[in-house]
Design a protein around this ligand. Structure first.
Ligand code: DND
Length: 220
């Protein structure tokens, strides 16, 4: 674990309220982040505000267990884009908790991370309601729900099912943004206002997502 992942923000002037008497509040935000976009960042910021989080660790999955690896961009690029995007917020940290080989099961990540924090510290996991609806298909899901509280991001008025014994807090937001529609537009070389400009620049510089290839083919 890096220093940034272990340490908590300490400068109240630059980073808001410090740890409460209940201990620190850390939130893991797991994802494929292919690529990370503004909705992810806005969700993280809203969670910090509503739940007084000390930090949000964005954890790109090296081998997302629910995805065909052939369709997923290399971890080193996805991690670097997360790192670039996290630089914009004092409480965001890009985490390498899931850089190991083998499937990136959330239960393993939570068990590993739990060992790094104190008994009074609170651990949250930030998740979209669509992903939360599938949680009973996750590896050792009963252990997953016992290891963390969830912050479930959902559209206003939209309902999700909470499995027995899961501790879920609701965060109502509407960001109609998806990584897949961004990937399509990147291939066309079209504008992507949902991406932080530095992330877009990284994608262009590294030719990710077939940047501009579809336009080039159409013009030939
Ligand atoms: P995604 O690939 O769905 O993430 O993965 C979400 C997490 O689930 C990762 O940590 C996976 O490792 C974990 N998982 C999935 C399946 C099985 C297991 C674990 C297992 O252990 O067996 P994306 O990069 O697509 O998105 C990141 C998060 O942001 C997700 O929770 C997604 O729902 C949410 N999100 C939005 N929420 C609200 N409005 C939007 C959103 N766009 C993404 N516009």
């Amino acid at each position: 674990m890096s220093r940034a992942e272990q340490s908590f923000p300490t400068d109240p002037a630059s980073s808001g309220p410090g740890p409460s008497s209940d201990g620190h509040r850390t939130c893991l935000f797991g994802g494929t982040f292919d690529p990370i976009h503004n909705a992810h960042l806005q969700i993280g910021a809203a969670a910090v505000g509503k739940f007084s989080l000390d930090r949000v660790l964005f954890v790109p999955a090296r081998n997302p267990p629910h995805k065909d690896p052939r369709g997923v961009t290399a971890y080193k690029h996805r991690f670097r884009m997360v790192e670039i995007a996290c630089a914009s917020h004092p409480r965001f940290v890009a985490s390498r908790l899931e850089e190991g080989s083998g499937p990136s099961y959330t239960v393993d990540t939570l068990e590993r991370f739990r060992k790094q924090i104190g008994p009074k510290d609170r651990l949250f996991f930030l998740i979209g309601s669509d992903a939360f609806d599938d949680i009973e298909s996750w590896n050792r899901w009963k252990d997953v729900v016992s290891l963390t509280e969830f912050i479930v991001v959902t559209r206003p008025g939209h309902d999700y099912r909470t499995p027995q014994h899961a501790r879920a807090h609701r965060l109502e937001l509407l960001f109609p943004v998806s990584s897949s529609s961004i990937r399509t537009r990147l291939a066309e070389g079209a504008p992507t206002p949902e991406l932080p400009p530095d992330v877009r620049a990284y994608i262009e510089a590294n030719g990710l997502y077939g940047f501009g290839k579809e336009t080039a083919t159409a013009l030939r």
